[in-house]
Design a binder for this molecule. Structure first.
Ligand code: AMP
Ligand code: TRP
Length: 346
């Protein structure tokens, strides 16, 4: 198998309501990677429009995700921060992948089934083809590592299948063009960290999500201290006190979620949380959890607010990042065009 230079790619959709799950499962984990690998962090606005978006809100939300990246500590001098629609290679490679991926593969995607709901005939074609665009995002940069939350696992498996099939379908041309036995890497998902799946505060069996109709289901990155306290106070629990051992969290999804959130926000093990709160009632635990959440999120939301007041700066970061991304993307797309047999000016 050909060797690929390590490179990290990930993306977040600008669909508003950035929440604690996005932060703990993804954005916070992007930060230390920038010191280890070349990293590319994208605001995936083309994914966002698979469901209708108000244009003015979309523009705002693109800046919101970019501000969250910056506020979390991603340094645009170290990592590339940009928005997808400014680099045309994403759409171009997605089309090639629409012709590589099979209908059957995409029909099995659980996110499509969830988002399309019962009225599948009325879902956009883009919503169905979404995973091909995601594979294109990653493989346009021949990224080897992709940090995401647990919910993206199936999409990353599909990305690997697409890379594999492209490498097989075009093996002869790939070798003839001097790329060895594989043009695209088989990407490694990085689904790890203390909270790869943060659950809804209203229902421990559902993931925390931007689109839940209840604002009380999630803590957003722009919630103020009072709102965070209120949401945690109202979070669903069960009637038992907290257990003393992590094994006692089995079958108690809400308790499990709140303890996991505490551990992730305070940077300690779940057992250490239970060493402190085992036997306690939820009311006292919730007060402390709210404090930990406010302490962790206050600097982030303050910095996001500051950046949101300076859209010119954020737009500049995205423009500069897009130019850098385009340079890498062009090299890949030129090679892809040669491999599939498109004629291009040289
Ligand atoms: P999205 O909001 O779908 O654009 O997701 C952006 C990133 O956040 C992806 O890496 C997701 O896997 C991650 N993510 C979204 N929701 C959660 C959650 N509830 N818990 C952990 N990670 C999440
Ligand atoms: N599908 C991802 C989500 O909803 C967002 C995304 C798009 C992404 N392209 C990506 C994540 C490429 C990682 C890599 O969360």
């Amino acid at each position: 198998m050909a060797q690929f230079t390590p490179r990290v790619f990930s993306g977040v959709q600008p669909t508003g309501n950035l929440h604690l799950g996005n932060y703990l499962g993804a954005i916070r984990r992007f930060v230390p990677l920038q010191d280890e690998y070349p990293c590319i962090y994208c605001v995936v606005d083309m994914h966002a429009i698979t469901l209708w978006q108000d244009p003015a809100e979309l523009r705002n939300n693109i800046r919101e995700v970019a501000s969250a990246y910056l506020a979390a500590g991603i340094d645009p001098k170290k990592a590339i921060i940009f928005n997808q629609s400014q680099v045309s290679g994403h759409a171009e490679l997605a089309w090639v992948f629409n012709c590589v991926a099979r209908m059957g593969w995409l029909s099995r995607m659980t996110q499509f089934k969830e988002k399309a709901g019962k009225d599948r005939e009325n879902a956009s074609v883009g919503l169905f083809a979404y995973p091909d665009l995601m594979a294109a995002d990653i493989l346009l940069y021949r990224a080897t590592h992709v940090p995401v939350g647990e919910d993206q696992k199936q999409h990353l498996e599909l990305t690997r299948d697409i890379a594999q099939k492209f490498n097989n379908d075009f093996a002869a041309q790939i070798a003839a063009e001097g790329h060895g036995d594989a043009f695209f890497p088989i990407t490694e998902p990085l689904i790890q960290g203390p909270a790869p799946r943060v659950m809804s505060l209203r229902d421990g069996s559902k993931k925390m999500s931007k689109s839940d109709p209840s604002a009380y289901s999630r803590i957003t990155l722009t919630d103020d201290a009072d709102t965070i306290q209120q949401k945690i106070r109202k979070a669903k629990t069960d009637p038992e006190p907290l257990p003393s051992e992590t094994a006692g969290l089995a079958g108690r999804p809400e308790a499990d979620n709140l303890v996991t959130m505490f551990a992730a926000l305070a940077g300690i093990e779940r057992q250490a949380v239970l060493d402190r709160f085992g036997g306690a009632q939820f009311s006292s635990f919730k007060g402390e959890l709210a404090d930990v959440a406010v302490t962790a999120l206050a600097p982030l939301s303050a910095e996001m607010r500051r950046l949101r007041a300076d859209p010119g700066f954020v737009d500049g970061v995205l423009a500069t990042g897009s130019a850098k991304a385009r340079d890498i993307a062009t090299v890949t797309m030129d090679a892809v065009k040669d491999i599939v047999g498109f004629l291009r000016a040289r």
